[in-house]
Ligand binder design. Structure first.
Ligand code: GUN
Length: 280
């Protein structure tokens, strides 16, 4: 019998802890403020940005919203970021990705001050993570660690396999599992004997970006399976990179999609915003 890892409940728990912490800070006269920038009106981005602003409101974090037109130039966006970098009242800056094609995303990410980089995407933040120094950690992999820990699952000494090597999930995920003293293998689309490697995992984190690719045949009996993917299946239903119905027959613990990793990303963004007062 598998244990369902409830990301909705765990993210609520984290948000409630943060809410209490923020109320305590407010009583001491410390206010936290996140600046959220969206360029253009990609519908998915609008939903994400709306949810981030709602989470700020719930926790008691102030939010400044910048909804810029699609035609905004790179110079204009960089100038806004510089202005927010210099503004002492702003603790965190989030530029929703993807950006329109005429804007260089790497340049934008590098312009955000590492002290306000609540997404954890700046090369300084990524570098700090890899050498064990303090800095912001990318929200989705940080959320995966919380899901595992708060489900009472030990990472230390475990065989951890990360499927996917993206800058936002796979790479920081491997660093975080290593920081928790896991034995970490990173796999990707060119990995030979992928199934065999995955079957070694006590903890399998799947972020490969292919709907329902990972079925029971990739999973060791009793393993913890974390599904970072999100897609629409042939019936327009949300699904992950893991074939849940098959995987649950062998997994010891598993995240659903939706309601697994998804809600954790925003909870960890909020956690980074609160953490920012220690970095400023
Ligand atoms: N677009 C999709 N996910 C993210 C995220 O975590 N942060 C930002 N800034 N943009 C995104």
């Amino acid at each position: 019998m598998y244990k369902l890892i409830d990301g909705k409940a765990i993210s609520k728990q984290i948000k409630d802890e943060l809410k209490e912490k923020v109320a305590g800070l407010k009583a001491e006269g410390v206010e936290i403020c996140l600046a959220v920038i969206q360029v253009g009106n990609d519908p998915a981005s609008s939903v994400y940005v709306g949810n981030k602003k709602k989470a700020c409101e719930y926790i008691g974090i102030g939010s400044l919203s910048y909804e810029l037109p699609e035609e905004t130039t790179e110079e204009e966006l960089l100038a806004l970021i510089e202005k927010l970098n210099a503004d002492d009242k702003v603790n965190g800056i989030l530029v929703q990705l993807p950006l329109p094609k005429h804007i260089d995303e790497d340049k934008v990410i590098k312009t955000i001050s590492p002290k306000k980089d609540v997404d954890g995407f700046h090369p300084m933040s990524v570098g700090a993570l890899s050498i064990g120094q303090p800095g912001f950690v990318s929200c989705t992999p940080a959320g995966v660690i919380q899901l595992i820990k708060r489900s009472g699952i030990e990472i230390e000494g475990k065989e951890c396999v990360v499927l996917g090597r993206s800058n936002i999930v796979g790479k920081p995920m491997s660093m975080l599992l290593l920081r928790e003293n896991g034995t970490v293998t990173v796999c990707h689309s060119r990995t030979k004997d992928l199934k065999e490697v995955c079957r070694r995992a006590d903890i399998l984190v799947v972020a490969i970006g292919r709907p329902k690719m990972i079925d029971a045949s990739y999973i060791k009996e009793g393993a913890t399976v974390i599904d970072v993917g999100i897609h629409r299946d042939e019936n327009n239903k949300l699904c992950g990179d893991v074939d849940f119905e098959s995987a649950k027959e062998v997994a010891g613990a598993i995240t659903p999609v939706p309601g697994g990793v998804g809600p954790m990303t925003i909870a960890m963004l909020m956690s980074n915003c609160v953490e920012s007062i220690n970095i400023n």
